[in-house]
Design a protein around this ligand. Structure first.
Ligand SMILES: [Mg+2]
Length: 268
């Protein structure tokens, strides 16, 4: 019996927390920010088969913010791509599971971590699918901070021009990037208007509301690519991490790990 998306989100939050703690790694705030987006995508929206990662009929999901690898590995393990016991090797020498996403891991379609590249790859996949008469959808999760990279805007222009309606971008819009608030570093507002000007269908949702995410991600606009601007909270689920830049980098101490576990277990 598959987990509900709420239970899946809770599980991958907890797993990524343990992984980051054990590996003394960074990016737990980035992981927790997109837990609900991943849970909704893997828990029902995308067509995929964990037992056949290369199933030709699958939808394709690219996670451009490859530094949030821990929670992507967690959702892949939780949904059956590989043994969850492997998660304990995260960040260790010789492990497949390193701190940025690797396509050598079952279920990871594209190695990412150098920001600003996956959307262009997604455009190519969407164009190829259309030319092949393939009905798959292409999903790309991007961070807000990486939208500072000009390569994204070339891809956004291209997808709008070619009306790639099989392409959906989800922005994990947590308003914080590695060196400060998005508003202070390089303001992206008015976000939705920018995408609309490039001929995209844009929707804004609460990125932690599973029903709203499911509704927005299940549909697609005819004749244009879609962007779901998911308003999220960095570190969501652990109040002492929420909205705090330092948790882009810091792993929790053992005391704070226990507090964070309790906070996540108490989430509705
Ligand atoms: Mg961000």
């Amino acid at each position: 019996m598959p987990l509900s998306t709420r239970d899946l989100a809770r599980s991958i939050r907890l797993r990524s927390l343990h992984m980051v703690y054990q590996a003394k790694a960074s990016h737990i705030g980035s992981c927790l920010s997109m837990a609900d987006i991943l849970a909704v995508l893997y828990g029902g929206v995308t067509h995929h088969d964990p037992l056949r990662p290369d199933w030709p009929e699958r939808d394709i999901l690219l996670v451009s913010k490859g530094h949030a690898a821990a929670i992507v590995y967690a959702v892949l393990a939780e949904t059956g791509y590989f043994d969850p016991a492997m998660l304990a090797t995260y960040g260790q020498n010789g492990s497949l599971l390193q701190g940025h996403l690797s396509h050598h891991v079952p279920g990871v379609e594209l190695s990412t971590g150098s920001l600003g590249h996956a959307l262009s790859v997604g455009c190519g996949l969407a164009m190829a699918a259309r030319r092949d008469g393939h009905k798959r959808r292409i999903f790309v999760i991007v961070s807000d901070g990486e939208l500072d990279e000009g390569s994204n805007w070339e891809a956004i222009l291209f997808a709008g021009h070619h009306a790639l309606d099989n392409l959906t971008v989800i922005i994990d819009y947590n308003k914080i990037q590695s060196f400060g608030s998005v508003k202070d570093v390089l303001d992206l507002e008015p976000m939705a208007d920018k995408w609309k000007a490039f001929r995209w269908h844009a929707e804004e949702v609460d990125g932690h509301d599973h029903a709203a995410l499911t509704r927005s991600l299940s549909g697609r606009a005819a004749g244009m690519p879609g962007v779901v601007i998911a308003h999220t909270v960095k570190g969501k689920g652990v109040p002492f991490m929420e909205g705090k830049l330092e948790w882009h980098y810091k792993p929790p101490s053992s005391e704070l790990l226990q507090q964070a576990i309790a906070d996540i277990e108490a989430m509705p």
